[in-house]
Design a protein around this ligand. Structure first.
Ligand code: NAI
Length: 342
């Protein structure tokens, strides 16, 4: 019986491997800021995707070498490099997913909001080019402060008459990745099983892990909730301080961003079971943008999952109310920046 079972298994594998090879590498992905600390490992991880046919790498400098290096990996996608504003339009033509990790990272003592002055302009310029060249693409914003850069991107797209709220995503996947890791460690759970939704925004107290909604269901003491919540909120600062002036999270961020790209590509490819947390235009609360679990489909955000906000603990309810003024101010700051410029 055992031999038969092995034989069956082997036969199934034989049948599935050709299917695996049939995965269509048909999507074009552009990374803007591809020579940076996040951009390079992110480009490598996207190069490994069987769904990607073309990988376009854009930066203001140093991207040629990155592309030459990556192009030697024997995975399906063709890698092309684009340097400087003059080559940005070509980089973006016919692209399905644009990922934006361009901009400056934090140094010790800085908040994400301290990056606003530089990164707001970078994101504005890049999204203008996205609007002109691939308005139907999914846009993944990584550049901080995400709580403001996503509203800036939305305003730019509105001004260009091509805003589709279903296709603009603030990448908060790293908060989920961190929450999953820390909870699994704390509770001695198998990492692969753990899923913690993280809502709100992507800075300090606006990052709200809903530990009561952890899957598999686990219980936490009040002290554990407090400690884990604060650690997840400050995890970025943990890395900034450890790097001591050399930047912020790049490798874990690239991992998280690649997961979000892969989820988007699976959705574009017709998978109807794709869920991620993301900072998107939302009606879940009174705030115009809010991070929560979403269902992603071929047309972008297919549904914003409201059930996570039901039955919150008292701690989570309070934290949710406490984060709203800060998140609101960051959103308004982004909108004001984008509208004053016109
Ligand atoms: P980095 O300085 O290593 O790389 C940034 C890259 O952007 C550089 O290669 C630079 O040449 C490029 N760049 C600058 N201006 C540009 C422009 N106008 N067009 C295209 N490229 C341009 O920084 P790193 O560590 O890669 O971080 C990038 C951004 O990601 C920062 O804003 C950082 O705060 C943010 N970040 C976001 C996270 C999230 O969870 N959403 C987590 C970690 C970082």
């Amino acid at each position: 019986a055992l031999r038969q079972s092995f034989a069956r298994k082997a036969k199934n594998q034989d049948q599935t491997s050709p299917n695996m090879l049939q995965v269509q590498a048909s999507f074009k992905v552009a990374v803007l800021g591809a020579a940076g600390g996040i951009g390079q490992p992110l480009a490598l991880l996207v190069k490994m995707s069987p769904l990607v046919s073309d990988l376009h790498l854009y930066d203001i400098a140093n991207v040629k070498g990155v592309a030459a290096d990556l192009s030697h990996c024997n995975t399906p996608s063709r890698v092309l490099d684009f340097t400087g504003q003059d080559e940005l339009a070509n980089c973006l033509k016919d692209v399905d997913v644009v990922v934006i990790p361009a901009g400056v990272p934090r140094k010790p003592g800085m908040t994400r909001d301290d990056l606003f002055n530089i990164n707001a302009s970078i994101v504005k310029t890049l999204v203008e080019a996205v609007a002109d060249n691939c308005p139907d693409a999914f846009i993944h914003i990584i550049s901080n402060p995400v709580n403001s850069t996503v509203p800036i991107a939305a305003e730019v797209l509105k001004q260009k008459g091509v805003y589709n709220p279903k296709k603009l995503f603030g990448v908060t996947t790293l908060d989920v990745v961190r929450a999953n890791t820390f909870v699994a460690q704390n509770k001695n759970l198998k990492l692969i099983d753990v899923d913690v939704p993280v809502i709100g925004g992507h800075a300090g107290i606006t990052i709200l892990p809903l530990l009561s909604k952890t899957k598999p269901s686990v219980t936490f003491t009040d002290e554990e909730v407090q400690d884990l919540t604060v650690r997840i909120q400050n995890a970025g600062t943990e890395v900034v301080e450890a790097k001591a002036g050399a930047g912020s999270a790049t490798l874990s961020m690239a991992y998280a961003a690649a997961r979000f790209v892969e989820s988007s590509l699976r959705a574009l490819d017709g998978d109807s079971d794709v869920y991620e947390c993301s900072f998107v235009q939302s009606e879940l609360t009174e705030l115009p943008f809010f991070a929560s679990r979403i269902k992603i489909g071929k047309q972008g955000v297919e549904a914003v999952i409201s059930s996570d906000l039901q039955g919150l603990t008292e701690y989570e309810e309070k934290a949710l109310e406490a984060l709203k003024p800060e998140l609101k101010a960051s959103i308004e700051k982004g909108v004001a920046f984008a509208t004053k410029q016109t």
